[in-house]
Design a protein around this ligand. Structure first.
Ligand code: XIL
Length: 339
């Protein structure tokens, strides 16, 4: 008995209650998105119910990444992504394509591709255009290039930069647009609020692409943030800078860590309130940008049980709107109030 009591005393508690209806997307005047795990959607009724009820835009968390969808040089595995497309069409949700060109989650054949510069270029173009053609008319937008910059503002030395040179980013946008002229095209990255040099470099590149007529429509600010950072002023200027430069702003992978430095969770009773408060600030600053630039806000997972953070960073954390039992947390209720 004592053990049971102690164990439950250590678990984070969410006493918050507010109604689940109207849903988040019904209250918002921009799309409210969630990263989706197809396996959960198909086999977990609680997950499917809540996801379907609350969100009107979905980003596939993993299944459109090259290692999943393009496992062999001449093989595309469309079936899972097509099931997600069907779900979105049946349920009237928009689909945000994630991601065409990245340095992670690559299939082995692609990572170790050997060929001349023009063979690399053909492989790169084939990947982008096969994806864009297959999903033409079915995705609202693509994250065309993901995480191309280092924190100091230099270009990451990815396989794409090594084999195609720094111009690969421009080429990726041009190829994507050629294959699906109606899709909105985004550059997506993390720490664009926290690292001023990275932000300057990305904004500089995007402005120069736009000036030269390269089809780039928006910026994805991933926003894997925490209750402790970034500062509100830095968020405000990042949102404003990209919006004023004429780009759609997608908060593309939002989660708010309550344990950013790891170690034992500081389980004080304010944790959930502080998380809710940080979210309220994100929303109020996002709502200050011009409405025509508000592409949407996407959470990187549905419940704390689905978050990538604990396993990726090896720490206890609860960064999302719903707890591990799919119950609304304070952040969810605060979001309703702030939308
Ligand atoms: C993460 C997924 O959430 C994990 O399931 C996977 O193991 C690794 O990738 N930036 C991105 C996302 O653009 O694609 C990443 O997603 C998180 C960081």
């Amino acid at each position: 008995m004592i053990i049971v009591l102690l164990a439950s005393a250590c678990k984070p508690k969410h006493t918050e209650s507010c109604t689940l209806e109207p849903a988040l997307y019904q209250v918002a005047d921009f799309p409210i998105g969630c990263a989706v795990d197809l396996n959960q959607l198909e086999f977990n009724p609680n997950y499917a119910q809540l996801l379907g009820q609350q969100f009107n835009q979905l980003s596939p968390e993993n299944l459109m990444k090259a290692e999943h969808i393009h496992p062999q040089v001449n093989t595309y595995n469309w079936s899972e992504a097509d099931r997600l497309v069907n779900y979105c069409q049946q349920e009237s949700k928009s689909l945000h394509g994630h991601t065409l060109i990245w340095h992670q989650q690559l299939p082995t054949w692609m990572e170790h591709f050997s060929g001349t510069k023009s063979e690399w270029e053909a492989m790169f173009k084939d990947h982008i255009q096969s994806m864009c053609r297959h999903f033409k008319g079915k995705v609202r937008a693509w994250d065309v290039v993901n995480e191309a910059f280092n924190e100091d503002g230099t270009l990451r030395n990815s396989i794409w930069k090594q084999h195609l040179g720094a111009g690969y980013i421009e080429k990726a946008f041009r190829y994507a647009h050629e294959a699906d002229p109606d899709a909105l095209l985004f550059y997506n990255d993390f720490n664009l609020v926290l690292s001023p040099k990275k932000r300057e470099a990305v904004l500089g590149l995007l402005k120069s692409l736009k000036q030269r007529g390269v089809p780039v429509n928006g910026i994805g600010l991933q926003m894997h943030i925490s209750i402790a950072f970034p500062e509100n002023r830095a968020m405000e200027s990042a949102f404003q800078d990209f919006s004023e430069a004429g780009f759609l702003v997608h908060i593309s992978e939002l989660d708010i860590s309550v344990n950013p430095y790891g170690g034992a969770l500081n389980n004080d009773s304010n944790l959930w309130e502080r998380q809710a408060q940080k979210l309220a600030v994100v929303l109020s600053l996002y709502k200050q940008i011009d409405h025509s630039r508000q592409y949407g806000i996407t959470f990187w997972g549905l419940s704390d049980a689905d978050s990538w953070i604990p396993s990726a960073f090896n720490r206890e954390d609860y960064p999302l709107l719903f707890d591990v039992n799919y119950q609304a947390k304070a952040a969810y209720c605060k979001m309703k109030e702030s939308l």
